[in-house]
Design a protein around this ligand. Structure first.
Ligand SMILES: *Cc1c(COP(=O)(O)O)cnc(C)c1O
Length: 374
């Protein structure tokens, strides 16, 4: 059988590995000069906006909500199709998650449904750019302005993506990115938050490290309850090397995604009843290539066939959040978000990562066709 093909694999080169060795030998391995350099490079990448790094792309969003003063009694609108972190952080700060169903084509939050879900208690919207395809930023910010809402963009998957030529992160309100191992840019684990001004950035630094402010040689005070969320220099030096390669990595992802469309062919959807992703080569960073299986095919069976007969790994991004036990206990149930439930039960992530070859894409497409028996 052919070699195992996972759905993703981090892109780490020898220079990055050497740079990690240098940091480990330097005598300073936690937050220090590399974190500062990485934040400076990220800020330049995001058009000069203030950026702070963290040890995940989850705490970034939690901290954004804290900075915005969102908590008990407030509602925050988000999508049911995301990594569960997106809505867990709403609960974490004491606020109430409110879901709006998704658009079946983009699989992102449906902005019409967002508008319909706004109440006097709504304080923020957390949109997610699933697989790196951006939510319509013009419409999003028009809704936020009209209803006086904060936005925490969960752009965990969208580094390097664009909105009409402008980089995601270079405009808007809070923008959160994840550098977890599977993301287009990784630091093993980590994340960053793009903020609006230096005041927010200083508050983010406090929330990041126990609420501490230091002054002079020995001054220290604590005025807010912070946590332990700082990035290490070991992680930051990986990020610096990754950021320098982001453009070529994104270009490679685009080329592979294009090859998927070409190999599936124009009649694939009609022949199988499966749905390909939106063929967007203007905005998306192609973080993932996700298809929605035809009705009547069990996803677990499809995945088992792909693995056992073709040695290909597939992923599930994501099952609907509102149907998890903890969310059901909060009153959510089947039928509330029918598009999310339909897509979330049939969506499958096919392999896509920079070191894949065109032949790998053809192997995957051949296996999918067989598994769907056409
Ligand atoms: C990865 C991811 C997160 C969480 O990031 P971590 O760095 O793993 O905490 C949040 N939202 C989305 C959409 C993600 O893909």
């Amino acid at each position: 059988m052919s070699e195992f093909l996972p759905f993703t694999r981090p892109y780490i080169d020898e220079e990055t590995i050497a740079a990690v060795g240098d940091v480990l030998r330097s005598g300073w391995i936690t937050s220090g000069p590399k974190v500062q350099a990485f934040e400076k490079a990220l800020s330049e990448f995001f058009g000069g906006r203030p950026v702070r790094t963290f040890n995940s792309g989850t705490c970034t969003m939690e901290i954004a909500l804290r900075i915005a003063g969102i908590g008990a009694g407030d509602e925050v609108i988000t999508t049911p199709i995301s990594w569960v972190a997106t809505s867990n952080i709403i609960i974490e700060v004491g606020a109430t998650p409110v879901f709006a169903d998704i658009d079946p084509v983009t699989r992102n939050i449906d902005l019409d449904k967002v508008e319909a879900a706004i109440t006097p208690r709504t304080k923020a919207i957390i949109p997610v750019d699933l697989s790196g395809l951006p939510v319509d930023r013009d419409r999003l910010y028009a809704i936020a302005a009209k209803h006086n809402l904060r936005v925490v963009e969960d752009a965990a998957q969208a580094i390097g993506a664009l909105w009409h030529g402008k980089r995601i992160g270079s405009f808007g309100d809070f923008v959160s990115f994840s550098f977890q191992a599977n993301k287009n840019l990784t630091t093993t684990e980590g994340g960053c938050l793009v903020l609006n001004n230096e005041e927010e950035a200083r508050l983010a630094e406090k929330y990041r490290l126990q609420g501490v402010t230091r002054t002079g040689f020995d001054g220290m005070d604590v005025d807010v309850l912070g946590g332990k969320y700082n990035m290490t220099d070991v992680a930051a030096v990986i990020g610096l090397n990754q950021l320098a390669q982001l453009q070529s990595i994104t270009a490679r992802r685009h080329a592979l995604a294009k090859h998927y469309f070409k190999t599936f062919g124009a009649d694939f959807e009609q022949l199988t009843g499966a749905q390909l992703p939106v063929a967007d080569f203007e905005h998306s960073n192609w973080h993932m290539f996700e298809i929605v299986l035809p009705e009547g095919i069990k996803r677990a069976d499809f995945m088992a066939t792909m693995k056992e007969q073709h040695n290909i790994g597939c992923g599930v991004h994501y099952p609907p959040i509102h149907l998890f036990q903890m969310y059901r206990a909060r009153g959510f149930k089947e039928g509330m978000f029918p598009v999310a439930e339909s897509v979330g039960s049939r969506i499958v992530t096919l392999p896509l990562f920079p070191r894949m070859s065109e032949a790998d894409v053809e192997r995957v497409v051949g296996a999918v066709r067989k598994a769907l028996s056409i």
